[in-house]
Design a protein around this ligand. Structure first.
Ligand SMILES: NC(=O)c1ccc[n+]([C@@H]2O[C@H](COP(=O)([O-])OP(=O)(O)OC[C@H]3O[C@@H](n4cnc5c(N)ncnc54)[C@H](O)[C@@H]3O)[C@@H](O)[C@H]2O)c1
Length: 352
């Protein structure tokens, strides 16, 4: 078990949805945290509450600049690397060039962390590293085990290839330089502060706007294992505590929920009596993506604690409490395919 109270910790992408929850989780464990973010999709206000503890330093910085990255890791014991050009499915499938910059960003962060001699480096990877051809048939009961990511690799879009390259780079840094590191493969996280470009929150937003017909992207048969953000944070911290050799571990529930089931759950919970309409012209991602989480249980003693039903209740409550209907409706459509800062209903912290 790591004694976090003696640690200086860097969280790159610290103003993001997951990053801001991770900063809070680390502060609760006693760490001093530097949150580095260029606010290209992160929102400074996500850190408002935790900044009050006096344990967090925020640095607005573009980590694609190697000198800035070197400065960000200076004096840090542990690094969690979450900064990325990323969005929901509507973004990553249509902005491959932008997502390719993650290849440089990850490489710079790994190199600078190694040079600075940090004790441990944990990388936010993704279910997008898994072969897409295995995830095509929603009627198949397939659970993705970590060992399925192997030659000949077949990642999901350039976003997934960049995640995969960072995982492989970390393994090489461990083998050749003894760098202590871990990769955590997140599977479709959701929860408070999740932007509208992710399916669950997009569907909550539609219910908030009382849309009828109520649109779902694709046939709605896509299966996901939506994983609540507190479980993602817990697994990420445990990975830093327990994995040193660059092993990549899935953080995802094994609950299988289709987009249509999710839509129905949201309509029931919000009391909206609308007709569901499928829009098959929209990007959907793979039709069957669910993690196997046995390795996380074995290596981290981790299991998801929040069921999809409970997490969805919390997320709906948060969304309805913190959004304004007029503001949401002004940029809702753009927010579905953007990087997150178009965050329907709330103002963006700063320009890109
Ligand atoms: N949300 C999910 O379901 C999910 C699933 C798999 C992996 N991930 C990964 O988890 C991490 C966090 O994702 P998220 O969904 O919470 O939000 P996000 O994708 O918006 O987070 C990325 C953060 O990095 C910052 N950033 C981007 N480029 C930067 C740069 N050059 N310099 C400094 N900061 C920069 C952004 O402003 C943002 O705060 C990302 O690495 C993402 O790829 C997320």
């Amino acid at each position: 078990m790591m004694d976090w109270s003696s640690k200086n910790v860097l969280v790159t992408g610290g103003c993001s949805f997951i990053g801001s929850h991770l900063v809070e989780g680390l502060v609760k464990r006693g760490a001093r945290v530097r949150a580095a973010d260029d606010l290209s999709s992160g929102i400074r206000e996500n850190l408002d509450d935790v900044m009050k503890t006096g344990k967090v330093e925020f640095e607005e910085v573009d980590l694609l600049d190697p000198h800035a990255a070197a400065k960000a890791v200076e004096g840090m014991d542990v690094v969690f690397h979450l900064a990325a050009t990323h969005g929901g499915r509507g973004y990553i499938s249509t902005h491959q060039a932008a997502c390719s910059t993650n290849l440089a960003l990850d490489s710079i962060m790994i190199r600078e962390a190694h040079r600075a001699g940090v004790e441990q480096f944990t990388f936010a990877s993704s279910g997008c590293v898994y072969p897409t051809s295995m995830q095509a048939d929603p009627s198949e009961m397939i659970y993705l085990t970590e060992d399925l990511v192997k030659p000949p690799y077949e990642a999901d879009d350039l976003y997934g290839w960049a995640k995969l390259m960072a995982e492989l780079s970390l393994r090489a840094y461990h083998e050749e330089h003894g760098m202590k590191c871990a990769s955590v493969r997140y599977f479709t996280a959701y929860g408070e502060r999740c932007p509208t470009n992710h399916a669950v929150v997009a569907m909550i937003g539609r219910a908030f706007l009382k849309q009828d017909p109520y649109i779902v992207w694709g046939t709605g048969e896509q299966i996901r294992n939506w994983t609540y953000v507190s479980d993602i944070v817990e697994g990420t911290i445990r990975a830093a505590e327990n994995i040193d050799d660059g092993t990549a571990v899935n953080l995802g529930t094994m609950e299988r929920t289709s987009v249509l089931q999710c839509a129905q759950m949201i309509l029931e919970r919000t009391g909206l009596n609308a007709t569901i309409q499928r829009d098959t012209s929209k990007p959907t991602g793979p039709y069957n993506r669910v993690a196997d989480n046995a390795l996380a249980k074995e290596l981290l003693g981790w299991e998801p604690k929040v069921s999809f039903s409970d997490g969805l209740d919390k997320t709906i409550r948060w969304y309805f409490d913190t959004h304004d209907r007029d503001e949401v409706s002004t940029d809702f459509e753009a927010s579905l395919t953007g990087r997150g800062f178009e965050k329907a209903g709330k103002k963006r912290a700063s320009a890109a």
